[in-house]
Design a protein around this ligand. Structure first.
Ligand SMILES: Cc1ncc(COP(=O)(O)O)c(C=O)c1O
Length: 392
C-alpha cells in the first residue's frame, strides 16, 4: 500500500475536464462519434515557418542540453518587440518579462511567489480553473468576485468587502474572457489599475486571447493602462495566438519585482524551455503575422455557423468578438448546465462544456469551443438542428 496522499491533494477538486474526458473516452470506445466542442485548443497548426524553425533548431546537436532558466536573449527581445509592435508597450527584455512553459505554470506558480496561509486572491466568478487551484494549493483563500452579466461580465470592485481587501494580495482578471468571451474597454482596465494601486494588490491580468479577435476588434494589454507596470503583470501565451498549445510557450510581463519573483521561484521547479521551442517562438513572434487574420476569419465563420445551430435548439447567444469560444445561455426549461450538456452529448454526440466548470455562476450557461475543423462544426450544427424537436 502506498502512503496516503497529502491533504493538499486530497482536498483539491479534480481538474474539471478530467470527468468529461473519461465519459467521452467510454462513448468513443463504444463506437460513438463525439464532436469535441468542449476542448479549448486550436485545431489548426502554426504557420510553416514556425515548424521549420523548430525542426532546424532541433537538428543542431548543440541544442539538446538545458537551455537556461530565464530564456535566451533573442527570445526575450522578440517578446519585448511583440509588446512594442502590438500594444505600444515598452519592456526591458532583461527585467520586465520572463518566458514560461505555457502560461498555466506561471499562473499556478504566481500563487506560491505571493500567497501564505491567511492571504487572499481575488478570483473572477467565472474563470480559468488554475487561478483558484494555485491559490488553494498555496494554502491561501480565494475570494470569488461575481461577474455581472448585465455589466459585460465584469466584477463590481466596490462590492469587495474591506476586510477581504485587507488580506488580498493578488487580483486575477482575464479579458477577452474565457469562458464568457467578454471584452472590456481601456477605461475599465485603467480603473482596475487604480484599484490595485489603492489597495496594494498585484493585478494579475491573463491575456492569452489578445490576438484571437474578430469583426475589426483589437484587444488591449493591461500594460497599456496608465501606471500599469507598477502594479500589474500580464500573462500571455502562444497557445491560442499562434496555434501552439502543445508546444508550451508563454510569458509574463510587467511589474518588475513580480517578474523577478516568479523567475526565482521557477529556478527551484523547472529547468527552462527546450532551445528549439524557444527558436520557434522567436520566429512566431517576429515572422509574418498575416496568417493570424486568415486564421481568425476561419474562427469567425465557425462562430456564425454554431450560433445558427445553437439558436435553433433554443440557446441565447451574443456573438463574441474575441476568443475561441461561444458562450451560450441554455434554454429556459433546462434544469442545469450539466444536465443540458449531458443530454446534448447523449442525444447528438456533440460535447459542450457546462458553464459550472468555470464557477457556480455558470449554471445557466455552456461554453462551445471553435477549435474543431470547419467540416466537423458543420456536422455538429446539422446534428443539433436534426435533434431540435427532441431537445426542447
Ligand atoms: C484564460 C486562460 N488562461 C490561461 C490558459 C493557459 O494557456 P497555456 O498554458 O496553454 O498558455 C488558458 C488555456 O486555455 C486560458 O483559457
Amino acid at each position: 500500500m502506498p502512503p496516503p496522499l497529502s491533504t493538499r491533494l486530497k482536498t483539491l477538486a479534480p481538474y474539471p475536464f478530467a470527468g468529461l474526458e473519461r465519459r467521452i473516452a467510454e462513448m468513443t470506445a463504444a463506437g460513438k462519434d463525439v464532436i469535441r466542442l468542449d476542448i479549448g485548443s486550436p485545431d489548426q497548426p502554426p504557420a510553416p515557418g514556425i515548424i521549420d524553425a523548430l525542426a532546424r533548431s532541433a537538428r543542431d546537436p548543440t541544442h539538446h542540453g538545458y537551455a537556461g532558466y530565464y530564456g535566451r536573449p533573442e527570445l526575450r527581445q522578440a517578446m519585448a518587440n511583440y509588446y512594442a509592435r502590438r500594444f505600444g508597450v515598452t519592456l526591458d527584455p532583461k527585467t520586465d518579462l520572463l518566458p514560461l512553459i505555457g502560461s498555466k505554470e506561471g499562473i499556478y506558480n504566481l500563487a506560491f511567489a505571493y500567497l501564505d496561509a491567511g492571504d487572499v486572491a481575488l478570483i473572477p466568478g467565472l474563470g480559468y480553473p488554475t487561478y483558484a487551484a494555485g491559490t488553494q494549493l498555496a494554502g491561501a483563500d480565494a475570494y470569488v468576485m461575481p461577474l455581472q452579466s448585465d455589466a459585460g461580465w465584469t466584477p463590481d470592485l466596490d462590492a469587495i468587502p474591506t476586510d477581504v481587501l485587507k488580506r488580498a494580495k493578488i487580483m486575477w482578471l482575464n479579458y477577452p474572457n474565457n469562458p464568457t468571451t467578454a471584452i472590456v474597454s481601456m477605461a475599465f482596465l485603467a480603473r482596475t489599475v487604480e484599484f490595485a494601486r489603492k489597495h496594494n494588490l498585484l493585478l494579475a491580468y491573463d491575456n492569452p486571447y489578445a490576438d484571437v479577435c474578430f469583426d475589426g476588434y483589437v484587444a488591449s494589454s493591461i500594460l497599456q493602462a496608465p501606471g500599469a507596470k507598477e502594479v500589474a503583470v500580464e500573462f500571455n501565451s502562444l497557445s491560442k495566438s499562434h496555434n501552439m498549445g502543445g508546444w508550451r510557450m508563454g510569458m509574463v510581463a510587467g511589474q518588475v519585482e513580480a517578474v523577478a519573483a516568479l523567475g526565482t521561484l521557477k529556478t527551484q521547479i523547472d529547468s527552462g524551455i527546450f532551445r528549439a521551442i524557444q527558436d520557434a517562438a522567436v520566429e512566431a513572434l517576429s515572422g509574418d503575422q498575416e496568417w493570424l487574420s486568415e486564421r481568425n476569419a476561419v474562427y469567425a465563420q465557425r462562430r456564425d455557423m454554431l450560433i445558427d445551430g445553437l439558436r435553433a435548439i433554443g440557446c441565447t447567444i451574443e456573438a463574441p468578438r474575441a476568443t475561441i469560444y461561444v458562450w451560450v445561455k441554455i434554454p429556459p426549461g433546462e434544469s442545469s448546465s450539466v444536465d443540458f450538456c449531458n443530454r446534448l452529448l447523449d442525444t447528438t454526440g456533440v460535447s459542450l462544456t457546462p458553464g459550472t466548470t468555470f464557477g457556480e455562476q455558470g449554471d445557466r450557461y455552456a461554453r462551445v469551443a471553435l477549435g474543431q475543423p470547419t467540416r466537423r462544426i458543420r456536422e455538429a450544427v446539422d446534428r443539433l438542428k436534426a435533434a431540435e424537436g427532441r431537445l426542447r
